[in-house]
Design a binder for this molecule. Structure first.
Ligand SMILES: *Cc1c(COP(=O)(O)O)cnc(C)c1O
Length: 388
């Protein structure tokens, strides 16, 4: 074929479940000249990246690194390394991503016991303790921030339950990372993974993971090899640790971008960043509710970076989202799984969590709803402003 024109996407404002808007500093950092994956300068970049990931996760875990791949690669890394065929895994599912964890664990040959919680509700720790009562599990896993439903799960009760089962505690922190406090060490989490394109506001492609010494002990004492050569943490540790042994070529420029995105988070300050997500999400919710829209998640379980909004009866999901995209380049998320066609997911993540985003979303949505036959009860933007 002859060469097509250079590819150019239309400008967008990203307010879905990720990716979020990427700050120009991060894009510039990714565009720096490529250097070797064993270059002394790059080794220094790697060490700083690991230290910054530890800070955001709230951990001192030595085994902390970004996996080459998106958030799901982080998920797969943990299950592939922590589980051997025949191991039992107890997984609490309250949305799409808990279900994905169960599927990934099953593919490792594990016997999976799944506790299903109604979508849009948090997991009941007592029910989970009961679901696994009287038998050991290798792993107990749950999602901290369920992006398919907009539920934030309190991690505090789960260490004790994992101990009852002799299990390692594994959490999905893809959407909580750099958007809400995580505190792996305080909550006794043994292994966690995240992704770069949600509250970190970095392009997709890397998955920060962190494992406690106890979790690495388990990996080192496996009877069988990890079935995935690419995701084998014992091999990856030799590259990311002192040995600097080649395993696969690190995505050097993606890691430059990750370094800058993490640096921007620490420069803002974690507490200030969490407060920004809380403040603007409260205003968004005030605006949506003033318009007469309903938010299915109970108010004490809502995840600041992602809000689930029920689509009013008679309103066409795709027509509204299509208008926002065409008119304003504004992307909001459709429903996922059981919420497909029934709810929207509005993200206020990282660089997409600003008053500008809030105003554009409430204004554009009010306009599109009116054209689709739903008259908002009040001016959403005015209500959001009052809440600010
Ligand atoms: C986005 C997401 C994932 C998957 O990450 P990808 O980067 O799409 O592979 C996993 N878990 C949660 C909670 C997510 O939000």
């Amino acid at each position: 074929m002859s060469a097509p024109a250079p590819f150019r996407a239309s400008p967008r404002v990203l307010m879905g479940p990720g990716p979020s808007d990427v700050p120009p500093e991060v894009l510039r950092a990714q565009g720096a000249p490529t250097i070797g994956h064993l270059d002394p300068d790059f080794l220094r970049c790697m060490d700083e990246v690991r230290a910054m990931i530890r800070t955001v996760f709230g951990t001192d875990n030595r085994m902390t690194l970004p996996i080459s791949g998106t958030g799901s690669a982080g998920m797969e890394t943990l299950f592939a390394n922590l589980l051997e065929p025949g191991d039992a895994a107890l997984i609490a599912t309250h949305g799409v991503f808990g279900g994905r964890m169960a599927e990934v664990a099953r593919r490792q040959g594990a016997e999976v016991v799944e506790l299903q919680t109604e979508w849009g509700q948090p997991i009941d720790p007592a029910a989970l303790a009961e679901a696994g009562a009287g038998r050991p599990f290798r792993v107990l896993a749950l999602v901290h921030a369920e992006t398919s439903t907009g539920v934030l799960q309190d991690l505090a009760p789960f260490r004790a339950i994992a101990d009852q089962h002799g299990a390692l505690l594994v959490t999905d922190c893809v959407t909580s990372f750099a958007g809400v406090p995580i505190q792996l060490d305080r909550h006794g989490v043994d292994a966690a993974y995240s992704g770069t394109q949600k509250c970190l506001s970095c392009p997709p492609g890397l998955a920060p993971v962190s494992l406690s010494d106890r979790a690495m002990e388990r990996v080192r004492s496996r009877e069988s090899d990890v079935r995935s050569w690419y995701l084998d943490l014992r091999l990856l540790a030799r590259y990311w640790g002192d040995e600097r042994a080649y395993h696969h070529t690190a995505p050097v420029n993606a890691i430059f971008g990750l370094h800058e995105a993490l640096r921007l988070v620490l420069d803002e300050g974690l507490e200030a960043r969490f407060a920004r997500h809380l403040r603007l999400s409260a205003a968004l919710r005030a605006g949506l509710e003033a318009m007469g829209l309903s938010l299915p998640v109970p108010s004490d379980a809502r995840l600041p970076p992602l809000t689930l909004v029920a689509i009013p009866d008679g309103v066409d999901d795709k027509a509204v989202r299509g208008k926002l995209l065409k008119r304003y380049g504004l992307e909001i998320g459709g429903g996922l799984g059981k919420f497909a066609g029934k709810a929207w997911r509005i993200g206020l993540m990282g660089a997409s969590c600003t008053e500008r985003h809030l105003a554009l979303c409430l204004t554009g949505l009010g306009e599109a709803l009116r054209e689709e036959g739903f008259t908002p009860a009040a001016d959403g933007l005015a209500a959001a402003r009052a809440a600010l």
